[in-house]
Design a protein around this ligand. Sequence first.
Ligand code: PXP
Length: 245
Amino acid sequence: MVELGVNIDHVATVRQARKTDEPDPVWAAVEAELGGADGITFHLREDRRHIQDRDAEVLRKTVAVKLNMEMAIAQSIVRIARKLKPDQCTLVPERREEVTTEGGLDVIRFRRRIKEVVKQLKAVGAICSAFIEPIAEQIETSAECGFDAVELWTGGYAHARGPRAVRRELERLEDGIATGHATGMIVHGGHGLTYRNVAPIAGIPGWGEFNIGHSIISRAMFVGIREAVQEMKDLLILHAPEETS
Ligand code: PXP
């Protein structure tokens, strides 16, 4: 059964709009766990626009499920990750002008630096995952760099319009899962997944985990985080492929 990682950055975004102490992403993590989240995901960005160092430290001390830190490959962030020791580190591209992480990390272009970062993170016991587009060469290079997992960017699917485009993106993801498994890695997925579009993706066998943020936190404004997470978990169970359900 695919696991659900809940990205809580948006809770910190609301707090940072006033630079006050509420809402607390640490409370959000507790509520998400109570709703059945298998993991808590946060992104400590270099510009600290949402999650702060204090959040990362308290999350490390309080989260009982898998703690997944999304992070850039910058040395200042790697240093923090090595001290924090999250269960999983997901390397992502980071540009200051972007609203959220757009597209995947170019593992081929930055392979030398990335190999070094993976080595440093694995040395402190973290599972290493690369957030990449579902492109065979990127997946194969990720395996060469020593990653344990890849998180395939599902934004192409989420943004696809029309049944043919959607079918094509689903096939790209299926191929990506096969390539990932063939190279011995676990395959995760994330970005742009919502209550409305998750069913076809959830029906594909072979996923390790999904990381979902925006849609769950948006729904939580109306029903609360615990309920919103439960609803997404129910959808994943409902649409799970037969062999894994
Ligand atoms: N996975 C990764 C690596 C991400 O960077 C993000 C966005 O922060 C997500 C998953 C979640 O994306 P969304 O907020 O669109 O669900």
